[in-house]
Write a protein that binds this ligand. Structure first.
Ligand SMILES: [Zn+2]
Length: 415
């Protein structure tokens, strides 16, 4: 992605993870979209200037767990929806994420080469998108959305978001094919989940051999495997067999934390999805069996983050919002901030997420990094709500181009 002209952000108080805000300085982003200087003395002739006086400049945020094709909360509705509708709806969801300040997303069940091509061709403006393609699930696992009353159902019920595969050889072939069609990384369902109808949350899924087939193939490509897992047994099964990122992890215990650390893996909490499903279950037609499962993981999620931190786990950040509750993405930053504080949540959503998605070219405002920035009104370290208050103005810069300069959601107008 190249910018039309160099961009200078003046009076920029930069907040990189783990550091206090800098004194006001000038950031330069070259016409290649890369940051060339963060202490510029001269502004190149013809550069566009954005004045950040009185504001905070953060690296563009990263959401490591998103589902751009999750047009509904009901898995089979997504799988049976017309693909044209799903694709168009995803452009709306991608645009929403960008306006909120997310300049990189990792889709961990969905995305495909067509969407990636449309973004590359500039058909619409999108955050940078990494995608796994459909998440791989065992029969009757978290990616199996089939109604159990239809035992003759010949359709695996999977199109956009999940695919059912059993056996190590079949997993290996599927992973190879996903990379063939442009996947950035691979997603496995390694325990039961909330949105699927028939799999108990506590039961691990896949065998060590099946998981190792996937991680071997992914590692060989310089990529990684993300695994959906709630209970300790599933978390250990995942990381001991080469999984890099544990998604959710709500029911983690100290032993599972130690296994994550010992295997150099990461935890990606997704607190907001349980919170929003609990509050808005009726509105989004959350099936009753999912509502019961959601209660199982809701309260535990916050304790899981604290326990992981106490055990030295590297903690990222994800939203995991399906259907209309997708609009609550920023509330996920608030929830993690309530447990960890503003410095930590910025770290999780920038530098740690960049590391866990294997993209060291982002997550920090520094020379040589991508020119992706989020500019917030005021001092976010003193007033953390600026990060998630979607009625406050925010400027989003992607590859040196201003792509949004307005509140993420305009305040309701008074008639
Ligand atoms: Zn998810």
């Amino acid at each position: 992605m190249s910018a039309v002209a160099p961009l200078a952000v003046t009076n920029a108080r930069i907040v990189n993870a783990g550091q206090p805000a800098t004194e006001p300085t000038t950031i330069l982003i070259g016409d290649d979209g890369i940051i060339s200087d963060v202490a510029a003395v001269d502004i190149p002739l013809g550069a566009k200037v954005v004045d950040a006086n009185g504001k905070t400049v953060l690296p563009g945020l990263i959401d490591a767990h998103i589902h751009v094709y999750a047009t509904s909360m009901i898995m089979n509705e997504i799988n049976l929806a017309p693909l044209s509708y799903v694709a168009l709806k995803s452009t709306q969801r991608l645009g929403g994420a960008l306006r909120r300040g997310f300049t990189t997303l990792r889709d961990v069940a969905g995305g495909d080469i067509g969407l990636a091509r449309a973004i590359k061709e500039g058909i619409f403006v999108s955050p940078r998108l990494l995608y796994t393609g459909p998440a791989i699930s065992q029969t009757g696992g978290h990616g199996d959305g089939r109604n159990p009353n239809y035992t003759q159902d010949p359709d695996c019920g999977c199109l956009a978001m999940t695919v059912i595969v059993d056996g190590a050889d079949a997993v290996r072939a599927k992973v190879r094919d996903l990379f063939r069609t442009g996947a950035s990384c691979i997603k496995l369902m390694v325990s039961g989940g909330v949105a699927s109808p028939t799999d108990p949350i506590m039961v691990p899924q896949f065998t060590p051999e099946e998981i190792r087939a996937a991680t071997y193939e992914a590692n060989r490509r310089g990529s990684h495997v993300a695994a959906h897992a709630y209970p300790p047994e599933a978390i250990k099964l995942a990381v001991e067999n080469g999984v890099r990122t544990v998604e959710h992890g709500n029911l983690i215990d100290a032993d599972a934390c130690k296994a994550i650390v010992a295997n150099g893996a990461y935890l990606v909490p997704t607190l907001v999805t349980y919170d929003a499903m609990d509050r808005r279950g009726d509105e989004i037609r959350l099936p009753p069996e999912s509502a019961v499962k959601n209660k199982q993981v809701l309260a535990a999620g916050k304790e899981a983050v604290a326990l992981a931190r106490a055990n030295g786990v590297k903690i990222g950040w994800g939203s995991d919002l399906m259907g209309d509750i997708e609009e609550e993405q920023l509330a996920g930053l608030r929830l993690q901030c309530e447990i960890e504080g503003i410095e930590r949540v910025i770290e999780s959503a920038t530098v740690v997420n960049a590391e866990l998605i294997q993209r060291p070219d982002r997550g920090v405002v520094a020379p040589g990094k991508l020119g992706d920035l989020l500019i917030l009104e005021g001092d976010v370290l003193a007033e953390p709500s600026l990060l998630w208050d979607e009625t406050k103005p925010r400027t989003v810069i992607l590859g040196g181009r201003v792509v949004s300069d307005a509140p993420a959601r305009p305040a309701a107008t008074v008639e």
